[in-house]
Design a protein around this ligand. Sequence first.
Ligand code: SAH
Length: 213
Amino acid sequence: MDYAVARQRMVAEQLVRRGITHSGVLRAMAKVHRHLFVEEALWGRAYGNCSLPIGEKQTISQPFMVALIAEALELEEDQRVLEIGTGSGYQTAILMELGAKVYSIERNRTLALRAQRRLESLGYHHAWIRVGDGSVGWKEKAPFDAIVVSAGAPTIPAPLVEQLAENGRLVVPVGQLQNQVLKKGTKRGASIHWADLGNCVFVKLIGQQGWKG
Ligand code: SAH
């Protein structure tokens, strides 16, 4: 299988066709080797339009969702991003390709270590990955220019709104266990402006501001 061709096809058929226009996002998605973020038995399916198992009952997000989120975060070079739910580290790599300084929290230690090793081996040396409950954010490193939650929350976690910088963007799937709406909030002074980016299905956010396990 020619993975470079598969990636180009993924970009054309799943991203451009579905409305992703951000050139940096499209470039990053064409560059990062998604197959290396899943086990070898799944490499043949790595550029399809689906999430895939990564162990520990978790999944790597669907390429379209990763692109949609990356675009919605409106990142500029060197901006600080908090990612909740490192998982495979794939989205972390995409955000780093966009020039962001990424702080990432994963509650599952096995996945966090695996993602850290994988990112290092692929040359992404500057991600700060921490094991813990990201639903309460990372207060010591706040404020963030952007925050992304890669797991579905029952409600918008208030600490994340607090940890946004002025004009900061928060993207978070909110709703039921099997069906959420991807919400984007932009902080303007004391208020936050909300927009809906569409329906989605993410694994659950487990923690103090998430589901109870
Ligand atoms: N973007 C990742 C998505 C991984 S799935 C990828 O493409 O690989 C979501 C991840 O969120 C899972 O690994 C899960 O363990 C993690 N997670 C769930 N609740 C969490 C919490 N409160 N804090 C940090 N990580 C959490």
